[in-house]
Design a protein around this ligand. Sequence first.
Ligand code: BES
Ligand code: ZN
Length: 598
Amino acid sequence: MPLVPADPSSYANVSAFVTRHLVLDLIANFDTKTLSGTAELQFDRRDTSATEVVLDTRDLTIQHAEAAMGTGAWVPTTFILDAATPAFGRALRITMPPGADRVRVTYLTSPAARGLQWLTAAQTAGKAQPFLFTQAQAIQARSFIPLQDLPGVRATYEATIRTPKALVAVMAAEMTPGQAGSGVFTFKMPQAIPSYLIALAIGDLTFTPMSGRTGIWAEPSVVAPAAREFEDTEKMIAATEALYGPYRWGRYDLLVLPPSFPFGGMENPRLTFATPTVIAGDKSLVSLVAHELAHSWSGNLVTNATWSDFWLNEGFTTYLERRIIEAVYGKARADMEAMIGVRDLDESRKTIEVARDKTLLPDMSGRDPDDAYSSVPYEQGALFVRFLEQQYGRQAFDAFLRRWFDSHAFQSATTDQFLAFLRAELMDRQPGLVTDAQVQEWLTSEHVPSFAVLPASDAFVKVEQARDAWMAGGPVATLASASNAWSAQEWIHFVDTLARTLTPLQMRALDTQFGFTTSGNSEIAHAWFRLAIATRYQAAYAAMEEYMVRIGRRKLIVPLYRDLASTAQGKVIAQRIFAKAREGYHPLAVTSIADVLK
Ligand code: BES
Ligand code: ZN
């Protein structure tokens, strides 16, 4: 049995008990905004003398605890809840009789659970039924299940979810067909997964297939546009399999959530959870699907052992994402996205307060991993992987990555384990191409190393020429004809790199010509609103407010709040918008925005 690495984000006593299987039986009550029922945990007991098992909880009401040994009968047992800590919640200590290796906890969630968002009917597309979704990563599973909440532990699970009859429950697991309308839904996850990949959603959900193994779950009005937007999903899977080996999770479906979903996407196994804000109508933002799909290898198959190793999940996935985009949409698009990523990295490093959070190895002790979240693990991580690819050559490096995934499949891995593998498989065999000092610099530098292989794109050179000609006083009509065939990525680059000193008159000229304020592309609109704030282009503010109230995806709205809050006048506007929007936001978004406005 592999040792579970020490994890500062969890109270679990994993040297004594390690979860192997979980059985959930929960009722979703939309009137009280609670999940209630039982969680049974089956352990691998590693310490025969241990007298208690410690679970993670957050805002849970614990009603009973029972213990059992093997297939023996349940017997009531005692438990205590430690005092709550703001970062990690409350340790639940359950007394374990000698030999006991199972517990069953009867419990109730809080309406304010950080891993749940309960939406009213008005907050959904159909306006007729309420909606619930979970978001467990990084350490929110404990707010809806008492468990060992750390990525170094993997368990299989089965679940029974009881809902109002008009609603449908889905989980990131094998779903039993034909249960719609019954109010009882059963699921099974036969592959061992870390707790942060447990996911549930309940609402007026329907399904439409895209290919034999892919499809869309969403509210009825969203299913068809989503299936069109994401129709290349099967091609993406085939491309990833050709590079890194078979997709090992059976189906790959997407659940399109209401716009309050606080992330772009979440790689829940078999069922990626996705924001509707990437449905642009032209597939321009589908790299999100490539990204979440890529996690089926980097993340779900080989999992970061602790949240300090987060770059192993996100850096590799961002690299894989761009390889998938290159395979399906061509190198030009992949390069443009990689360049946008490098700019995000530079930009994001400016707002990071804790120096080590600017590196690939942040210090997680005593902190909610969410507090260290930034583009650094994604983009510095991807640049590191890209550098390795460049040094060893694509063919050798692809084969290396495939071996990494195969040899660590269904395991959690630390940064040190990756480095040992890299040394044994590449560095020692082809000495001189990558040095230890370079590897250390990638991991510990607060900057992109000078020897990085940065992406470049002539598409952006053309954008910059057209931009500069217009900024130097050239006619907007010339800009219009130059930009006539630009993709969303080129537009994003254009808006992002416009001088923050444009006058409202210049802003209006652009807006009149290109309609940025009413752009249906959520990323272009986001870039434009940031520029509008910087240039005090008030004509965009009403649309921006509507956007900030409608959308809860942190990446799209937090920078707008931050930009507004950088001036006294703007801060008043931000506070007013937040007061109005807050009720519709996910608890995680509320925390992030409150932090920016404090
Ligand atoms: N796993 C992440 C989302 C996440 C990270 C949730 C950490 C909670 C804690 C997911 O794969 C992700 O990275 N999503 C990105 C989209 C992607 C295209 C960069 C997002 O949500 O913006
Ligand atoms: Zn990711």
